[in-house]
Write a new protein. Structure first.
Lengths: 199, 199
DNA sequence: AAGGGTGTGGTACACCTGTACCATGAGCAT
DNA sequence: ATGCTCATGGTACAGGTGTACCACACCCTT
């Protein structure tokens, strides 16, 4: 058995994600995934016994991709990293402004309806935002100590608000209500207001 | 034909919305809707020729319900209405904090995936937020002129940010990441920060 | 050389989906 | 009374769904 299981699983899971991105999860039948991945239906069943398992694995991979993108953005944000550059990097990395972020955001959106109502998926999907929110809150707290952010702001509330705003902005972009650049402008306006003026 | 068409349509559409709320739209088959409404499958077909039509009509009704709720909140906000009370009323009315708003938010969420990718639904769903955003922006602008809001804030950006934040907060509540009260606390914190302190 | 697990293919099965079709009362106009 | 349109019921049909089952070829171990 010289086949690399992980490789095949990745190949199939990413086919699922591709379909979720372009046509939505409702079009991601086992057969469609198999065709997209260029394998037989049986193989999809073989590597992921059930559809639920495939969905869950693909969602985890999507999370990893987003994490990698955020890391990349944070690293590219500037040396030395300041709280402001870090927060800005993370939040802008989530916004659907380029091809990759649009893809990721759309795919997450495709999962959204599915996640509600399925506690198994729910746990998987809420763990990451919780950590992220705490991290952002700490960054804002640090910015407060260095005087960049007004002391009367509550770091936890502010972090939660910013993250929710980015989420909402992302939705509005996907819904065609706003362009990605417009959403970015809204975000930067609020960041400018939170930290000192322009930069 | 002494039957009231509008009444029957309402009965059926609301059955659809009830299913969308409790089990998601993927469980809202024509048969399920018929059963929920207590009518035959044929009748659902009769009053809404196609499923698409039923979905669209129900979505419009949902929009009307939300609009009614917002109106109610705004009227109850206080006399005379101030920009702050109006903005607060509208935004809190959207947040899933009580049974009705939870129902409305959940049902909108159920539509979310469907709306993306279907331009027909998209137009119907983005018209309302656009108007709302403009209205909020004007309220904030008025608050600026009376000195309640700092003049360096951009009303349009601020309105867009707040609305997006409320949207995102709603999602996090539905996802079980936060309680409705916690979301409300985040919102009021930001409103307090936007307008003068507490009240 | 034999055997057994592993990877793969094809296919069948039971079920659910939206929609189309046929039929039948009931009230009203002629 | 005789039609006619409206409102309703039942059911059939074609297609797609996830999953289960059967078969076979390979390679590694014994």
């Amino acid at each position: 058995m010289p086949v690399d299981h992980e490789e095949r699983r990745k190949q199939i899971a990413e086919a699922l994600l591709r379909i979720a991105d372009t046509e939505g999860l409702q079009s991601a039948s086992m057969r469609a995934v198999a065709a997209e991945a260029g394998v037989s239906l049986r193989l999809v069943q073989y590597y992921f016994t059930t559809k639920q398992a495939l969905l869950l694995d693909a969602l985890a991979r999507l999370g990893t991709q987003l994490q990698a993108r955020m890391d990349r953005f944070v690293r590219a944000a500037g040396t030395p990293p300041t709280p402001r550059s870090t927060v800005t990097a993370i939040l802008t990395s989530i916004l659907p402004t380029d091809a990759e972020s649009r893809r990721i955001t759309r795919t997450y959106a495709a999962y959204y309806t599915l996640v509600l109502g399925d506690p198994a998926l729910e746990k998987q999907a809420t763990a990451q935002p919780d950590l992220l929110e705490g991290f952002l809150a700490r960054q804002i707290g640090a910015a407060q100590e260095s005087g960049e952010v007004a002391p009367e702001r509550d770091p936890v509330m502010t972090a939660a608000g910013l993250l929710a705003m980015v989420n909402g902005l992302g939705s509005s972009v996907l819904g065609g209500q706003r362009t990605g650049d417009a959403a970015l402008a809204v975000l930067t306006h609020h960041l400018d207001e939170l930290f000192g003026e322009p930069r």
